[in-house]
Design a protein around this ligand. Structure first.
Ligand code: PMP
Length: 340
């Protein structure tokens, strides 16, 4: 298949791609891709750059998404891609962007172009809206620009942790107050709160931080939602002060389908300590058991049976092997670069 046949117009050269990035544990992990989609064009990876005098770089206004594309028997498929891109639009709307340059279908085409131009079977996809404009604090002086990158990215909290589980501490930092920031939006600058908590947790020897909401109830982790199991019932925090994770929604749906009782209610930190099982979930992390919180082993101190069952349901769904897969997977058809 000819690359040019499905690329959206201009391809600026054919540069080799090299780059690097740090993952959640500070290891250097190569980010490799051939092209990044930027404002309508596929540009070689090393030219996908933004000027230093950029308001998003200086102040943090910008929104992003994290999506995964999985290899399935029918080829690469983006998991809940439209819902991720709908959240992307909602994030921009919440931030206050009045003139977003693309609709949902166009964004899905951009995702498809990015995945297929790079010939990925499986990858992580990072759409972002950043701004160009003056270094001021008035959003209306900025112009939104959208870019989509993709690269192969393994388990965010570490491959082995999918089985052995992570150790977490409750952070001394509070998750965003809903009237100080926007809890439903993936706004770039808000992740400084996550970075502060995560870095402190990792420096203290833990894998991840639990963040409490401004009233002291369990909210979420720095890049994942959090669920606990007690007496076979699955509990998770209500949505008001957390990011409405699509993995969380996937898990609650799969759990209900499988006959588990699911309860969304406020949880205290000590409910985590006495849970039978705890796990975290997110697009990058996927589904990861928690074996210890604040030096207290959770349950048996190993991945529990319900966590393992949920993991298994999740992976069958994302890989096209579950009855729910069809409704959640958008197969990437490179020739046409439409998403069906
Ligand atoms: N909470 C936060 C703060 C996150 O950054 C993420 C990752 N997007 C999640 C939860 C999980 O959301 P999702 O399952 O949609 O990736």
């Amino acid at each position: 298949m000819e690359k040019q046949a499905y690329m959206n117009g201009k391809v600026n050269g054919n540069g080799a791609v090299k780059g690097s990035n740090a993952n959640g544990h500070g290891r250097r992990t190569a980010v490799q891709a051939d092209y990044v989609w930027m404002a309508g064009d596929l540009v070689p990876f090393e030219r996908a750059t933004v000027h230093f005098l950029n308001p998003t770089l200086h102040y943090g206004p910008g929104v992003f998404e994290g999506i995964r594309c999985y290899a399935t028997p029918r080829g690469p498929a983006v998991f809940r891609g439209r819902e991720h891109m709908q959240r992307f639009l909602h994030s921009a709307h919440t931030l206050g962007v009045l003139d977003f340059p693309y609709n949902l279908d166009e964004l899905m085409t951009a995702v498809c172009l990015t995945v297929s131009a790079n010939r990925f079977e499986e990858c992580y996809i990072r759409p972002m809206m950043y701004f160009e404009g003056p270094l001021g604090l008035n959003l209306d002086a900025y112009t939104p620009v959208v870019a989509v990158a993709a690269w192969p990215w393994g388990a965010f909290l570490g491959e082995e942790k999918l089985e052995t589980g992570v150790r977490m501490m409750v952070s001394s930092l509070t998750r965003m107050h809903p009237n100080a920031s926007m809890t439903k939006a993936k706004i770039s600058g808000q992740y400084v709160n996550s970075i502060l908590a995560k870095t402190m947790a990792v420096r203290a020897g833990f894998d991840e931080a639990v963040m409490l909401d401004p009233e002291g109830y369990v909210a979420e982790c720095t890049g994942e939602n959090l669920l606990l199991i007690r007496n076979n019932v699955i509990y998770t925090a209500p949505r008001a002060t957390i990011l409405e994770g699509l993995t969380r929604d996937t898990i609650l749906t799969l759990a209900r389908d499988a006959g588990y009782q699911v309860v969304e209610e406020r949880l205290s930190r000590d409910q985590l300590y006495i849970a039978d099982e705890v796990f975290v979930c997110g697009t990058a992390a996927e589904v990861v058991p928690v074996r210890e919180i604040d030096y207290r082993p959770v349950g048996s101190g190993k991945s529990g049976p319900i966590t393992k069952h949920i993991q298994q349901l999740f992976y069958s769904a994302v890989r096209g092997e579950h009855p729910r897969s069809e409704e959640w997977l958008d197969y990437v058809v490179a020739e046409a670069c439409t998403v069906i």
